[in-house]
Design a protein around this ligand. Structure first.
Ligand SMILES: [Zn+2]
Length: 190
């Protein structure tokens, strides 16, 4: 029975490397996978899942109007698993498409991404993955400033000060994001 998996974590919790690892494990057993990533995130070249430790591989891009269910349905050949990186940027409609891949095509789907944005609100994709996924798992990483578990993402502007409001998605800015615990989110030692 295929299932919809949601694996979320703060920045730098190894989500992209996990996508590459899962894909490798499937392919080692001659089980083909389809890898998608959001067109929103172009930090390291559009059309790749890339990890900070240097590994990367091509991925199909999900634009706002992409029908993921249709792309998987029309794919010629077997698909053992569908992997989606940056799943927070999916729309509600696209998360529902993932549920149809699981329920109607009987293909497992694993979505990886952030849960909360820098304002500590849910992304649209995260919201609906939390509501619709069969299995939800947290990917853990440590706070940038202390030893606690990081559960939030702190945005720091050009002036080195934390930012708590503004547009959810910033493209091409110079701001930085840090994985932080709740305490350091509100009181970063900056
Ligand atoms: Zn902390």
């Amino acid at each position: 029975m295929a299932q919809l998996y949601y694996r979320y974590g703060a920045m730098n919790s190894g989500k992209s490397i996990e996508v590459l690892k899962v894909a490798h494990n499937y392919e080692e057993q001659n089980k083909p996978v389809l890898i998608f990533t959001s067109a929103v995130d172009n930090r390291d070249g559009v059309g790749y899942v890339s990890s900070r430790i240097g590994l990367k591989r091509p991925a199909r891009l999900v634009h706002a109007d992409t029908n993921i269910f249709r792309e998987v349905s029309l794919h010629g050949g077997p698909v053992s698993c569908v992997l989606v990186d940056e799943v927070q940027f999916l729309t509600k409609e696209q998360v529902l498409q993932l549920t149809r891949i699981v329920d109607e095509l009987d293909i497992p789907v694993m979505g990886f991404g952030l849960k909360n944005d820098f304002r500590n609100e849910l992304f649209e994709g995260s919201h609906y993955m939390l509501l619709y996924a069969d299995k939800i798992e947290e990917m853990k990483t440590i706070c940038w400033f202390c030893e606690r578990k990081a559960t939030m993402n702190l945005r720091v502007g050009d002036d080195g000060k934390p930012v708590y409001s503004g547009e959810q998605i910033q493209i091409g800015g110079n701001e930085r994001y840090y994985p932080v615990c709740r305490r350091c989110y509100f009181h970063p030692p900056l």
